[in-house]
Structures are given as C-alpha cells and as structure tokens.
Design a protein around this ligand. Structure first.
Ligand code: NAP
Length: 479
C-alpha cells in the first residue's frame, strides 16, 4: 500500500549511526522541506532521556556532524524530535512506546539502527504494542546475519510482522549518487550497452579500500571480517549493478529481479581464487599505526583484506573475471569500479609503430565521485618517425558537472524513500540470500583448506598474493 508516513520511529537513536548519519540526514531533509510539516520523529534507546534531553543530545550531534551551512533550520528540526526510553528486550515497555508514538493511521516508518540480535525482540514488542499493520513499514540496518542460516532467521522474524513489500533492507551504498549513476550511465546512453559484454570487456575490478583500522568496532569486526563486512553486501550490490541485464522499468521489482539473477549466477569460488590478509604495523600517510592484533589485543584469524576473482556463469559474462578487493589500512581511501575493455581487434597503427592501450572506464564512488573514460588519441605532430598514440581521459567530475545541488548523504535518500515507501534502492530478501549463499561457499572452502590470512604492512595494498591473483592473468590492479 502506498502511503507517506507522518511518524518515524528510530530505534538506536543514541547510537553512532544515528549521530553521524541519521539525525544529520533527517535535519537536511527538513531544511530542504522534503519531509511533510507534520512528520514527527520519535527516538528510542535505553538511555534515560526526556524529549528535551534528546533534543539537546541531537543538537550536539548535528553541531558535530552536519556542515555549518546546512544547520540553518536546526531549531525547527529539533522540535520534531521526541524520545521514549526502552529496553527492546522488555516487552511491556512497548506499551509506553506506542503511547508516545501516538496514532499511526496516517503511516509509521520504523528504522532499526540497533544490533540485529535485538531485531527479534523488537519485532515481538512492536507486535505486542500495536505498532505493526498495513500502515507500518520497517527499515533494517546491516548486518543481516552472519551467514545464510542466521540471515533467514532474522528475515523470518521480521516477516512475522512485516511482509516483504513493507520491509526495507538498507545497503547504504545504494543511496550513493554515483552508484545510482551507474544505471544512468549504462541505460541512459546508447554508447555502452552494446559493448557491455564478454565480447568487448576483458575484466572488471571493484575496489573498496579504507585507510582506517578497527575504529572501536572491536566486538563486531573480529566476528565478521572483510568478506562479510564489505563483500557480502556493498561489493556484491555494486557487482550486480554493473553486471545486470537492462531492466524494463526503473522500479523496485524490475531492478531487483535483474540484480538477483546476477547474484544467483555467481560461480562457487575455488580457494586459489581468493587471497586473505591481515594488517600488521605500518604507516598510513606517514603516520605509524599498529597492527590488527595489537589493536585487538590478541591474535586473531579474522581477515582485514580479501581479494577475489569472481565469475558469473551466464551468457553475457562468460569468461570475464570480476576482481574484487577490499581492505583496511590501505594506502588510500577509495571505492571505484574499473571496466577494462578489450583491445581493438586490429590496430591499423601497429605498422606505424604506435602502441594502443585498450579503453577503460573508471567509476569513482569515494571519496570523489567521478567517471573517467580513457580513449586513445594521436599525439600531435608531423609523424615523420611514425604515429604516436596516447591515452587521454574523458573526465566527468560529478561535483563540477552538477555544481549547485547539495551533495547529499546516502541516508538522506534512503530515509526519504523509507518514509515515502519506495523500495527501489533497498535489498530484497532473495538478493540477501543469494549473497549469503555465495559468501558461505567461500568461507566453507577457507575452512576446508585451513586458509589463514597472510600478513601485510598497514599502508600497502594487501599481501603480495593479491597482486599475483591478477598478474597471472596479465592484469594489474588499478591504483
Ligand atoms: P551503537 O553506536 O552501538 O548504537 C546502538 C544503539 O542501540 C544505541 O542507541 C543503543 O543505545 C541502542 N541499544 C543497545 N541495546 C539496546 C537495547 N537492549 N534496547 C534498546 N536499545 C538498545 O551502534 P551503531 O554504530 O549506531 O550501529 C547501529 C546498527 O547499524 C548496527 O547494527 C551496526 O552494525 C549498523 N551499522 C552501523 C554503521 C555505522 O557507521 N555506525 C554502519 C553500517 C551499519 P542504549 O545503549 O542507550 O540502549
């Protein structure tokens, strides 16, 4: 049922995500008058605030995390905020929460920004408190489980109260402009789609590199590792958007139908096609940093780096490797997709001594949003000694091309879509399950072969085996 919620109930309202992303995003939406005047936001967590206390808390978060030029309407935004203390494990407490939320006939959007271990109790409480029904939808933060089985358990618990069309699974990468732009690039231009296949594309690289280490996520990260923290969700979503068939329409069903087909076509990986690593002490931008085991305070077999040569067993991508790589304590922070085209079938310039390099499309997602297509061009001259060709970039820096509109936080888009009920940029259950299915296969093969992460120095691009993974195919990582 389509409705725009006029109540937003935020679980985990005092948490890190709420402070850094959710409250700033909501304030920005308010400032730009993108949410209805009557939208009320009710925060909840165990911390004992009243409305005024929570507003002060939110003000401090906004002053810290929202750029000064976007804080203009902060005062009126704070008036929208309310707060009800609640331990999500306390079923009886949901009655008071329900009273605080008030009537939900005009629509309620709930966002669970809490550990998934609380989801089951929260859903039971929402049901007991009358905070479910046709006019209620729910948004869920990752991680949705740690494997296929646990993700099914979470999804089953949610499904007891919320049908799929009112369940919004967040992968915040889908809220990023450049990620959505991938669809525009592929399907709003005639140039790329005829070439977007194994006949013309040699390989694809997807890199998500972080310079940070554990960052206080000790308890969570050591139980997860790079494969589950990054590849299972964000990187597979990027891969699906790169590889999917053209959907017939821009809508939730059409797009998600195409993505899930890609995810189901992922071939089970042979362990020789993966490399795992764990950072040791090193230096990031000249600053010494400790190793993972030192940050953790104990030895661990958790991977902080993973590189994978993935394959899609379908007609379009037969024989095209998708090299995925993600790690912590890399030399630079960047998320990018590289589409490497093949050589021209015959170079008319070879006889003139010219060397030509195949075209490459680089889609930068983080920290800068830009799209670069490298083309061959002739170096100007009279060519007495032969023709020289050189790669020249055709650059679209999104910030320059679209100067003016505010650069939005991914969560602004996702929260607005949750409030208004558009599921296009949310992950459907079958996608999550296909993702876990593939990841579980990789983890099982690591266990079977007793694969342990190889050490790499902080500030490098991972273990040397990661370089060998591509070099043996004659491919270099794009750095
Ligand atoms: P966090 O800082 O630990 O916050 C957790 C929130 O849950 C707090 O508001 C906490 O408040 C509340 N909470 C804990 N136990 C509770 C209980 N029994 N009943 C009710 N509320 C309870 O975590 P976070 O970093 O904000 O992350 C929230 C979720 O988003 C997690 O699942 C995380 O994995 C995911 N996530 C976070 C990020 C990020 O950048 N932070 C990114 C992606 C996904 P009280 O202690 O006052 O109850």
């Amino acid at each position: 049922m389509s409705f725009t919620a006029n109540r937003l109930l935020l679980f985990g309202a005092t948490g890190d995500l709420a402070q850094r992303m959710l409250l700033p995003s909501l304030c920005a939406l308010h400032a730009d008058k993108l949410v209805a005047e009557d939208l009320q936001i009710i925060g909840t967590a165990r911390q004992d605030f009243d409305d005024a206390g929570f507003r002060n808390f939110a003000r401090a978060a906004l002053e810290k995390f929202l750029p000064a030029d976007r804080r203009g309407s902060m005062g009126t935004f704070l008036n929208r905020l309310h707060y009800q203390p609640l331990d999500a494990n306390d079923l009886a407490g949901f009655t008071a929460l329900s009273a605080k939320v008030g009537p939900i006939d005009d629509g309620l959007a709930i966002f669970l920004s809490t550990a998934p271990s609380l989801f089951e109790a929260t859903i039971a409480g929402l049901s007991a408190g009358g905070l479910t029904g046709d006019k209620v939808r729910i948004g869920l933060e990752k991680p949705l489980g740690t494997d296929f089985q646990s993700s099914c358990e979470i999804n089953d618990a949610v499904a007891r109260a919320f049908p799929e069309d009112r369940t919004f699974r967040i992968d915040h990468y889908l809220g990023k402009e450049t990620v959505q732009n991938l669809l525009a690039l592929r399907f709003a231009n005639i140039l790329f789609e005829p070439l977007w296949n194994a006949a013309h594309i040699d390989h694809v690289q997807i890199t998500v590199a972080e310079t940070v280490g554990l960052e206080g996520r000790v308890g969570f990260y050591d139980g997860a590792g790079a494969l589950r923290d990054m590849v299972q969700n964000h990187m597979l979503q990027l891969l699906a958007l790169v590889a999917m068939e053209p959907p017939a329409n821009y809508n939730a069903t059409a797009i998600r139908d195409e993505k899930v087909k890609v995810l189901r076509a992922l071939r089970l990986i042979d362990p020789s096609e993966t490399v795992t690593g764990q950072y040791r002490a090193g230096a990031i931008i000249g600053q010494p940093v400790p190793g993972y085991d030192e940050e953790l305070g104990k030895p661990s077999d958790t991977e902080t780096f993973v590189a994978i040569k993935a394959h899609l067993d379908n007609w379009r991508w037969k024989g095209v490797p998708f090299y995925l790589r993600t790690g912590k304590r890399m030399p630079q922070r960047k998320t990018e997709i590289v589409v490497q085209f093949r050589h021209v079938p015959h170079s008319i310039f070879a006889g003139k001594g010219a060397r030509s390099v195949p075209n490459r499309l680089v889609i930068g997602i983080q920290p800068e949003e830009n799209i670069t297509l490298s083309l061959m061009a002739k170096v100007p001259g009279l060519d007495r000694d032969g023709i020289r060709l050189r790669e020249v970039p055709l650059d679209i820096a999104m910030a320059d091309a679209f100067a003016g509109p505010n650069k939005r936080i991914a969560y602004e888009r996702l929260l607005l879509d949750l409030i208004e009920g558009d599921q296009t940029l949310f992950v459907r259950r079958d996608e999550v399950e296909a993702q876990w299915d593939w990841i579980d296969g990789i983890r099982a093969s690591w266990t079977e072969h007793d694969l342990k992460p190889k050490p790499y120095a902080a500030g490098t691009w991972g273990p040397s085996a990661s370089i060998a993974l591509t070099e043996r195919d004659g491919v270099h990582w794009h750095e």
